[in-house]
Design a protein around this ligand. Structure first.
Ligand code: ZN
Length: 278
């Protein structure tokens, strides 16, 4: 009997140990990224092999964000930091801190080969550019962890195929929006707009709220172009958008440039653009 109890205790102990190891991700490759969509990209290529740390929590305005000491500590055992790119000013602010706190982390610029439009850093919101980001992440993962190359390749190909099939669903309807005006608060959608010939106009002027004169000009443009919707990001205060919306009798529509799931969000954004711009 005694032996049996010892046996049961031992088995239970082993069982819990192995469970815990699975859950705390100790064996996983720790990768750090700045913004949520990049975590989605990394997880789609790395699957169960990776554990991703995201610097900017959901709902936070990234341009003014500062990492906490706790976050910097957490980074110390990350193997790769997959940064959005040098053009993103807030990443540059904390990169020096990251370098001194996490000496073993390799910092990779995911913007390689992306053709910038107006020096705008929001290239993760359009499929064409996301494919380049995904390729860059794939190359970085393969060169750092060559043993897993086969898995990374299979997962990456599957993700790219998924992007194509989602894009195909909306491609024709989005192309019909050529020449239409997407009036938004923050300039987060220029790459997506560009892919379909949509014209993006921003309420925010070079990172600040518009002055009264600028606001009036926007109202005039909106009236002239018969704009029926103003698009806002959930991370920003959109009182200015509401002011213009009231004046031109337009709807305020939320679209998220920092989603947790890029493809689900792409569908959501595509549907809203098709509905409100046509
Ligand atoms: Zn932004």
């Amino acid at each position: 009997m005694k032996k049996f109890i010892v046996f049961v205790v031992l088995i239970t102990f082993i069982f819990f140990c192995s469970c815990e190891q699975k859950h705390n991700g100790e064996n996983k490759i720790k990768i750090a990224v700045s913004i949520l969509p990049f975590a989605d990209f990394v997880e789609n290529i790395g699957g169960d092999l990776v554990d991703v740390i995201v610097m900017i929590p959901p709902g936070v305005e990234p341009h003014t964000f500062e990492p906490t000491p706790q976050q910097l500590k957490e980074l110390s055992d990350a193997k790769l930091y997959l940064r959005v790119g040098e053009i993103l000013e807030f990443e540059n602010h904390w990169l020096d801190k990251i370098k001194s706190n996490a000496k073993s982390v390799d910092i990779i610029d995911c913007s390689k080969n992306i053709r910038l439009i107006n020096n705008n850093p929001h290239y993760w919101t359009a499929i064409k550019e996301v494919k380049i980001i995904v390729e860059n992440i794939y190359v970085a993962l393969c060169s750092k962890f060559p043993d897993h190359r086969e898995i990374f390749e299979r997962y990456k190909n599957r993700y790219v195929a998924k992007m194509d099939s989602v894009e195909n669903l909306y491609h024709e309807d989005l192309l019909k929006l050529e020449g239409k005006v997407l009036l938004d608060y923050h300039p987060a959608w220029i790459y997506l707009a560009n892919a379909y010939g949509i014209v993006e106009i921003n309420i925010e002027q070079e990172g600040s709220e518009p002055k009264p004169g600028e606001l009036k000009k926007l109202v005039d443009i909106a009236k002239e172009k018969n704009i029926k919707a103003i698009f806002v990001s959930p991370q920003f205060d959109f009182s200015n958008a509401q002011t213009i919306a009231k004046e031109i009798n337009a709807e305020v529509v939320e679209i998220d440039p920092l989603p947790e799931k890029f493809l689900d969000n792409f569908e959501n954004v595509a549907k809203k653009l098709i509905k409100h711009l046509k």
